[in-house]
Design a protein around this ligand. Structure first.
Ligand code: 5GP
Ligand code: ZN
Length: 120
């Protein structure tokens, strides 16, 4: 996807500190961290959102790799033992801003539990 910032990061057209990469996914720090550790894990393949995940083995593999990569990064960042939060926003109501699937790995302190609805 030409104008997708996360595709550009995955293709190394835009620099980012790559913290993990494999055949399926790549991870880098969020540009505006909201927690001491805030890392985005994305598929190399451009998939806009969870809504666009066709039910097939490749997409199962990709979504599995997102979690496995987040787990490995959590150990590398020394937050695995204390714990962390994994978050995927979807669409307008979910607050998704970048239309390329990304898993937020949030950690480095006890998470606020502030999920709720503010309206539409
Ligand atoms: P969303 O709201 O879609 O779940 O999360 C998008 C995230 O991407 C935000 O936390 C935002 O700070 C991050 N982000 C947006 N643009 C860039 C960028 O160019 N580089 C990096 N590293 N993060 C970005
Ligand atoms: Zn993309």
């Amino acid at each position: 996807m030409e104008d997708c910032i996360f595709c550009k990061i995955a293709n190394k057209e835009v620099p980012a500190k790559i913290l993990y990469e494999d055949e399926w996914v790549i991870a880098f720090p969020d540009i505006h961290p909201i927690t001491p550790v805030h890392i985005l894990v994305i598929p190399r393949k451009h998939i806009e959102s969870i809504n666009d995940l066709t039910d097939n083995e490749e997409n199962e593999k990709i979504m599995g790799r997102l979690i496995m990569a987040a787990r490995e990064i959590a150990f590398n960042e020394n937050i695995a033992e204390d714990g962390y939060k994994l978050l995927i926003r979807t669409g307008k109501d979910g607050g998704q801003e970048v239309p390329h699937i990304h898993l937020h790995l949030l950690g480095g302190g006890r998470m606020k539990e502030n999920i709720g609805v503010v309206g539409r």
